[in-house]
Ligand binder design. Structure first.
Ligand SMILES: CCCCCCCCC[C@H](O)CC(=O)SCCNC(=O)CCNC(=O)[C@H](O)C(C)(C)COP(=O)(O)OP(=O)(O)OC[C@H]1O[C@@H](n2cnc3c(N)ncnc32)[C@H](O)[C@@H]1OP(=O)(O)O
Length: 721
């Protein structure tokens, strides 16, 4: 059925014109909506039977903001004329400066341009729990319908900069306390109260307030400057590589110094520059890529409905198991945690409690909610409780035989509808399920550590996993606030496989004589939160040593074998776990580079003996980035070629959420396409000629480079999903 897009106006006997935005599902402000709004506001202002106006969104949602698809079209075409010039004409002239009062009737959500329209009205009446915010910076732009000027004037400069820079939304309850919302009324009364409010303004019983003209919440110039100084420091800290935060502060400042109208004009100008930035391109790509992950062919489009998952058993209370249990409990799912003895069980229970406590102490969870979550939790030592669980998630150590035995046992004790999931990060799912007759309900639920905090859930399907089981796990993933990405079965799945060359390339560079702390610093400047060596410390070098041979078995043709991890362990350095790795870890202070580790590096260099002429190579920062990340791109190409992911953008999201690849670079494949497949191919080819097969370009990359195609183009995609 075609969705009904447009703006309607109905004039009641009371003389109130109700203008309604309809563009399901979030009433985004697409071009027909913007032109519809202009037309209706003009009409309402001219009609003599209209005394006042109410603006509302259809179906209980005010508006999710400007249509982000338009940004994508601008990015594809480079054509800025697709953007409407509305900040002055619509939001100032037709709305705020209208002779007739306008009231926004806010239900559900008013985000971005949606909230900006509401702020251009003369009052705002809202239903409880409506979501209000200006999240434009997450898209690489700034608010463009006057939000940078009106929000500070309504809620105060400090609160406004906090909301805008951190893209933090607030509830209508908080909005009322701050002065953004004038009245909070039950959902059924929003329209009637708005009508009355509009008439009250028209007839002088309530003030006719224009947000842009207000100054009462801004404070003195020196106070404003102090707040903006703090904001600049915050921007430097949270967004060192992005332009929109600093640009936004400049625009806000313009309005403080020269007045709101001048601020609105500067806002439009800066918006136009930012919308074409690489940052905006990357972030808008990530917005749509994330939503695309919930569309899985033959799973989400075949009329299946997810089954309710109310009780889950987690096997193994280590770091992963306790994190998974915490994530489930926080979403009100009952959890039984099974361990092999009471000592381990107590440890697991304590870890879950500590996770909850950590969230409470960081203000992310109330004590009350933590208590409620823990009341749904039970530790067990046998399988009695397993008879009525809807899903089991096995999270024991990476041991094939152990996992096979567990799956054989749980197949017997669980009901036939129960989903049998494994949190393995490396072992083939078909091998895990080999001893069972339940291959259709075996699935991978690969969480990232710490599982209660990291947003990605890789759902690994084997060729036998049923569509229903995948759909159920996707629904659980969403319920526990993860982004589920469905991937195919191979060693390392999508994320770990794509990134296995990351640490290997770093080891090669260090063995070639490049300073390891410099490598980490170059990579963090590129935008990853941790460089490869610090990441190794965090994961623990024991793990690195254990998984190395598993990867070597299947991807041995492109491995760089470095003795460094083994030498590190021999010298008593297991990373953060024991306080010592490449860095020194002391409670309460940041990791410090440990100069004494250089003797280990020296020993490794002697053993590998790959420095040309025995001398360290000289490389620029750019070359470091290329030598570390191009092999990752190369592996991403193989992942695409083998159809391990449904679409290239799934790998982008997986890299952003699983490896913290900078979202403003759009994810690993998007970034590679920005750099250019041909350039990457040529660089890798040259590197492989000098340093060997570790850098050898994959067939997929070569084909794309030769044919002038992007890596993300789906022409030859042969998804195995
Ligand atoms: C030339 C200079 C003049 C300047 C002119 C232009 C100025 C623009 C000014 C304005 O300040 C800019 C903006 O408003 S940018 C947009 C700001 N808004 C947002 O960032 C909100 C983004 N959306 C969300 O956060 C969420 O979608 C939601 C609204 C909270 C809803 O979440 P929910 O979980 O319910 O659903 P989703 O799955 O996320 O979304 C459902 C579908 O809706 C699509 N969608 C959501 N928001 C938008 C949008 N703003 N534009 C287009 N499409 C949107 C989303 O893609 C989903 O689509 P599917 O096809 O996947 O179903």
């Amino acid at each position: 059925m075609a969705k009904k897009i447009g703006v309607t106006m109905e004039v009641g006997n009371d003389g109130v014109a109700v203008i309604t935005i309809s563009n399901p599902p979030v009433n985004s402000l697409a071009s027909p909506i913007i032109s519809g709004l202009k037309e209706k506001f003009r009409d309402a202002n001219q009609r003599i039977d209209v005394k006042a106006i109410v603006l509302i969104g259809n179906n209980g949602r005010f508006s999710g903001g400007f249509d982000i698809n338009v940004f994508q079209q601008v990015h594809k075409t480079g054509d800025l004329s697709l953007m409407p010039e509305v900040s002055v004409e619509l939001v100032c002239n037709l709305m705020e400066d209208s002779r007739k009062p306008l009231v926004a009737a806010v239900e559900g959500l008013a985000l971005g341009g949606g909230l900006e329209l509401a702020m251009a009205c003369h009052a705002r009446v809202a239903a409880p729990k409506a979501q209000l915010g200006l999240p434009e910076l997450t898209l690489g732009v700034i608010p463009g319908f006057g939000g940078t000027q009106r929000l500070p004037r309504l809620v105060g400069l400090a609160k406004a900069t906090d909301m805008i820079l951190l893209s933090k939304s607030i509830s209508s309850e908080e909005g009322q306390k701050l002065g953004l919302i004038d009245a909070l009324v039950p959902p059924g009364d929003v329209l009637s109260t708005s009508r009355k409010w509009a008439l009250d303004i028209a007839e002088g019983r309530k003030p006719f307030l224009r947000s842009l003209h207000r100054t009462d919440k801004i404070g003195s110039l020196s106070e404003a400057r102090a707040i903006l100084k703090t904001s600049r420091q915050l921007a430097k800290k949270i967004a060192p590589n992005m332009p929109q935060h600093h640009a936004c502060i400049e625009v806000i400042e313009e309005g403080i110094i020269h007045g709101g109208y001048s601020g609105v004009l500067k806002e439009a100008e800066v918006f136009k520059q930012l919308v074409l930035s690489d940052t905006a391109k990357g972030l808008v790509h990530v917005f749509f890529a994330q939503r695309a992950t919930s569309k899985v062919p033959n799973v989400t489009d075949v009329g299946l409905k997810p089954r309710p998952i109310k009780k889950v058993a987690v096997i193994g209370g280590g770091l992963m198991g306790s994190g998974i249990a915490t994530a489930l409990l926080l979403s009100n799912i009952r959890v039984v945690l099974k361990e092999i003895n009471s000592e381990y069980l107590m440890k697991g229970i304590k870890s879950v409690e500590a996770n909850m406590k950590g969230l409470v102490s960081r203000g992310k969870l109330t004590q009350d909610k933590a208590g409620k979550a823990l009341s749904l939790f039970k530790g067990v030592l046998d399988y009695t409780e397993f008879k009525d669980v809807d899903m089991v998630i096995e999270a024991v150590i990476e041991n094939i035989q152990l996992k096979q035995n567990i799956f054989k046992e749980i197949e017997k004790v669980c009901s036939p509808h129960c989903i049998l999931a494994s949190n393995t990060s490396t072992i083939d799912l078909d091998v895990i399920g080999e001893k069972t007759n339940s291959k259709d309900r075996i699935v991978g639920a690969h969480f990232f550590s710490p599982a209660h905090l990291m947003p990605l859930l890789e759902i690994v399907r084997s060729k036998n996993t049923s569509a229903q089981v995948i759909l159920d796990l996707m629904a659980v993933g969403k319920a526990i606030k993860k982004v589920p990405v469905v991937v195919g079965n191979c060693i390392g799945f999508a994320v770990n496989r794509t990134f296995f060359p990351y640490s290997q390339a770093a080891h090669m560079l260090a063995n070639l004589g490049v300073d390891l702390f410099r490598i980490d610093s170059v990579i963090t400047s590129f935008g990853l939160p941790l460089g490869p060596f610090q990441l190794g410390d965090l994961a623990g070098h024991g793990i690195g040593l254990a998984v190395g041979p598993i990867y070597a078995k299947v991807y041995g043709d492109r491995m760089f074998r470095s003795p460094m991890t083994e030498l590190l362990l021999k010298s008593g350095r297991n990373g953060k776990i024991n306080g010592k790795g490449y860095y020194i870890y002391e409670k309460g202070s940041k990791p410090k580079p440990d100069p004494s580790v250089l003797s280990v590096v020296e020993e490794s260099r002697k053993l590998t003996n790959i420095m040309p002429g025995g001398k360290p190579i000289s490389v620029s920062d750019k070359e470091i980035v290329e030598m570390i990340l191009f092999p990752v791109v190369n592996e991403a190409c193989r992942v695409l070629d083998e159809g391990v992911v449904i679409r290239a953008s799934d790998l982008d999201i997986a890299s952003v959420l699983g490896m913290s690849f900078p979202s403003y670079r759009g994810g690993i494949v998007f970034w590679a396409d920005t750099v250019g497949p041909k350039y990457i191919y040529e660089r890798l080819k040259r590197l492989s000629e000098t340093y060997g097969s570790f850098f050898k370009p994959s067939r997929y990359l070569e084909e794309r480079a030769m044919n002038g195609m992007l890596l993300s183009e789906s022409k030859s995609s042969r998804s195995r999903l």
